[in-house]
Each structure stands twice: as C-alpha cells, then as structure tokens.
Design a protein around this ligand. Structure first.
Ligand code: SAH
Length: 482
C-alpha cells in the first residue's frame, strides 16, 4: 500500500485507439520510438515528417502507417485521438503541443514533461493484456527495469489465455453468481485450461474449459516435477519460478536450498521429503503416495528436485505412480549438476578431436563383477560425470584403471557447484580415491573424468591429492538414492 499522503499526479487509464488516428510529429529517433510503442496497438499512425530518417521510413513502409511528407501544420493534427510532439526541436514541440491543446487533443511531448497532458508508460504487452508502468516522467530507466521484471514473471502465453477467457465470458455468466463463478475462473486461470494454453494446445484448452463449465467436481490436481537447478537461485528457470509462485504445495528434496523453496508462493504449504542428515526422510513409496494424495485433493503441486528432475531424481517412479492414479503432471527441466560443475571449471564437456560424447553416471552400479557399459564409453574417450560419487570414488577409479583407462586421465571435482561456498579440486584418476576419506566435504560433490577435463581452468582449484584427511565418508550429503 502507498503511504497515506502519496498521491498519483498521473492516473493510468487504457484508451481505446482501435482504428483511431494517432499523430506523431517528427522524423528522428524520438518519433521512431513513439511509433514503435504505438505500433503495438491497432491505432492508425499518422507520421508528420518532411525529413524522416531511413529507419522511420522503413517502419512506415513495413507497417502501412500514414506518412505526411510535408512541413508541419496544425491541420495535420485534425481528427487525431492522441498527439505526440517528437520532433526533437523545442520550438516545434511547443507549437505542436499548443495546437493540440487548442484542438482539444491530449498531447505528449517527448522529454518535456511540462508540455505533457499524459505520459507514455513502459509497456508489457501480452495483448489483450497490457501492463503499463509509469513513473510520472521521473525515471525511464526505473520503468525499464520494472518492465523487465514483470515481463519475466508472466507466461508468454498469457495473451492467448486472456483471449480464450474472453470467449467464455458469456457462458460463465450462466453459472451461479458468487462462489460458483469465482471457482470457474480461478480453475480456468490456474488449472487445466491455463496449462493447455501454456503447452500450445488451444483446442485442448477449450475442451478443458468446457469441462469446467459443466462439471461440479472440484478442480483436478496437477503435479509439476520441477528441476531446481544445482543450487544458485538464479539458475532456476523462469518457468520453474512461475510454477513455484502458483503452487499450493511445494514438495522438495534435501539438496534444494531453502532460498529456492522460499521463492514459492508465500502461503504455499512446504513439505520437505528429502534425505537430510539426521532427519527422518520419506521412502520413495511414501513420496509417491503423498504426490498421489495431493493430486486427488486437487492441489497444484510443485515437486522440486535438485538439478534436472530426470537425472538421478527417481522421477520415473513418481511419474509412473501419477500415471497409474490418473493424475496430470508435467516435467520442467533444470540445470543438472554436471553442467554447473563444468561451468565452474570452464570445462568443455565435449571437445573437438578429444571427446564427442558424455556419460551421466553414478558410481553405485560398480558393485557387480561385470563392468557397466559406461566404463567402456569412458575408455573410448567419453567425458564422464559421476553423480553421488564421493563415497565410491576409490571403486570408480580402481575399476576404470583396471579396465584400461590411464591413471593419468584428468579429473575435476567440485563440491557445491554454482554456489558461493563451492570448492574445486583437480587431479588424475590415480588421485580420485583420496576423495572418499575427505570428511571436510559435506556438500554434494560432482566428479568429472576424461581427457576433455584437461582443457578446464584449474586456476581456482586445489590439487586433489594434496590433502589426505582421515574420516568416514558421509553418504547423507550425497543425496544417495539407491
Ligand atoms: N537431479 C540432480 C542429481 C540428484 S543426485 C541433478 O540433475 O543434478 C545427487 C547428486 O547430484 C549429488 O550426490 C551430487 O553428485 C550431484 N549434485 C547435486 N547438486 C550438486 C552441486 N551443487 N554440486 C555438486 N554436485 C551436485
């Protein structure tokens, strides 16, 4: 809420301009900027400029705006709904403003607030939805920053959703006033129709809205399996952020930082289900059952997993449970830990002439006698990213060397990739076993092995073999899931 005495000196309204003439006087960049802004509307632009710059001329040619190629006269403004004095010359802008006022047409003069009847906003355009940001001419840069923030918050398909909503207005009038109608619209904008529009399925969205109209059933639940990225808040995708802000319930794993969970809707219910040290954690079967139960209860759930949900995230089991229960779900990718680790080391995962394939693996499948398939790939030059690999580092190194990979093969290790407290180590395959004994590594650890690793930047990393600490490997921090 604004302070009690904070009053707006300029009040926002939305003016009808469809088919109306809007006059812009000027031939330079100020006029072009206004023409571009107004060109987002269905107004008929009338540009008065006897010396128009090339870019403005091509704008006119491309949009079919009316060009009055003559020295300005007051008569050029007649019949216009709005006038923009954008000549860049003070005397002319003053004349245009005075003429417009005499004709009773609201006028805006670029960069001359004292001559303006109205200000133009920074605009977020999701036609037919528009968000106009005004600062009363005080801060165009501020307006642009706000514009950027709001733009990122809103789905690109918001306009299509609003158009669909408009087509259902009449039908919705027949619903009982009050709760019934309100529920229809809230399910429309936050439920299946909105999701179908987002996925580009307009006819499905239409059917979903029809279903909502005729059924009295409570809204169906929906589970989004969302990748939270490796930890840094700004590595979350815009889609993930949007879903978090719409969620009724956020079900999250131990490796997802609190700061990311906190980016969710303020009154969302937050359920940690992860394997955090010393806490009771739910079994996978319990998590599956919880998701199904929330879905049946009609909740919009974000199931937040670290990194990408489809990489060592047990998403396969959750999706199967949801499918069996007939609950709708979607998957939102995230930046997986291997990519964050590679970025922290400026490490090319594929490198021309060195490595053209990569393996995502966990060392935990090395227990058997036969060598897993990925070991063969490693030997033929693939870059290998080992998830949950700290407590099996010796096993991984031993088996790979035994299978023929050189002990001198480069290795990069990062704890807490992407986060401020990350630690980086480098060495060779022969050094890798030392990782197991390092009790000082309490965060998640990613290990990358391969010849491409030699191309990384080791300026900010410590040698792996240098420290040899005694201690017991801590599997809780690894988020080990099998
Ligand atoms: N779905 C996740 C992986 C979950 S398995 C993803 O796509 O990244 C958990 C393992 O991921 C950890 O044991 C560790 O190997 C790795 N990991 C997750 N976050 C990490 C981080 N910030 N830094 C290093 N490794 C990380």
């Amino acid at each position: 809420m604004p302070e009690a005495n904070a009053k707006l000196n300029a009040f926002p309204v939305f003016m009808r301009v469809e088919g109306e003439a809007v006059a812009i006087v000027g031939g330079g960049e100020e006029a072009l900027a206004k023409a571009r802004l107004l060109g987002q509307s269905s107004a008929v632009l009338r540009i008065i400029a006897n010396t128009a710059e090339a870019e403005l001329l091509s704008f006119i040619a491309a949009t079919g705006a009316v060009h009055i190629d003559a020295a300005y006269e007051a008569a050029h403004l007649e019949g216009a709904t709005l006038v923009f004095a954008a000549s860049g010359e003070e005397a002319l802008d003053r004349r245009v403003a005075a003429d417009a006022r005499r004709l009773g047409i609201p006028v805006n003069a670029v960069d001359r607030p004292e001559l303006c009847d109205f200000f133009t906003p920074a605009l977020v355009n999701r036609a037919p939805v528009a968000i106009a940001i005004g600062t009363e001419g005080a801060g165009p840069v501020l307006a642009q920053i706000l514009r950027g923030r709001i733009d990122r918050m809103l789905s690109p398909s918001l306009g299509a959703l609003a158009t669909l909503a408009a087509s259902f207005r009449g039908a919705a009038e027949r619903l009982p006033k009050g709760n019934g109608r309100r529920r229809f619209w809230s399910d429309f904008f936050a439920g299946a129709p909105a999701r179908a529009v987002e996925a580009g399925e307009l006819s499905q969205a239409h059917d979903a809205a029809l279903d909502l109209l005729v059924s009295n059933a409570p809204a169906a639940g929906h589970i989004a399996l969302v990748g939270a990225g490796p930890g840094a808040e700004d590595l979350l995708t815009l889609r993930a952020h949007r879903l978090l802000m719409e969620a009724d319930v956020i079900v999250y794993d131990a490796l997802v930082p609190e700061a990311i969970v906190a980016m969710g809707r303020r009154d969302a219910e937050r359920l940690p289900v992860g394997k955090r040290k010393g806490c009771h954690s739910k079994s996978q079967a319990e998590i599956n059952a919880l998701l199904v139960e929330l879905g049946h209860a009609g909740k919009r759930v974000v199931r937040l997993k670290s990194g990408d949900p489809l990489v060592f995230g047990r998403a396969g089991e959750e999706m199967a449970a949801l499918r069996d229960a007939g609950i709708a779900y979607e998957v939102v990718p995230g930046v997986t830990a291997a990519f964050a680790a590679a970025a922290d080391f400026e490490l090319p995962l594929t490198l021309r002439g060195v490595s053209s394939s990569m393996v995502f693996t966990t060392g935990h499948d090395l227990k058997g006698n036969s060598l897993p398939d990925w070991a063969k790939l490693a030997i033929s030059g693939a870059t290998v990213a080992v998830y949950m690999g700290r407590s099996v580092a010796a096993e991984v190194a031993g088996r790979l060397i035994e299978a023929g990979l050189s002990p001198d093969t480069a290795v990069a290790v990062v704890e807490n990739a992407s986060l401020g407290n990350r630690r980086r180590f480098h060495g060779t395959l022969a050094d890798l076993p030392s990782l197991e004994a390092r009790a000082d590594l309490t965060g998640p650890v990613m290990t990358i092995i391969g010849d491409a690793v030699a191309g990384a930047n080791f300026e900010r990393s410590e040698p792996l073999a240098a420290h040899r600490h005694e201690g017991v490997a801590n599997t809780a921090a690894e988020g080990v899931e099998q």
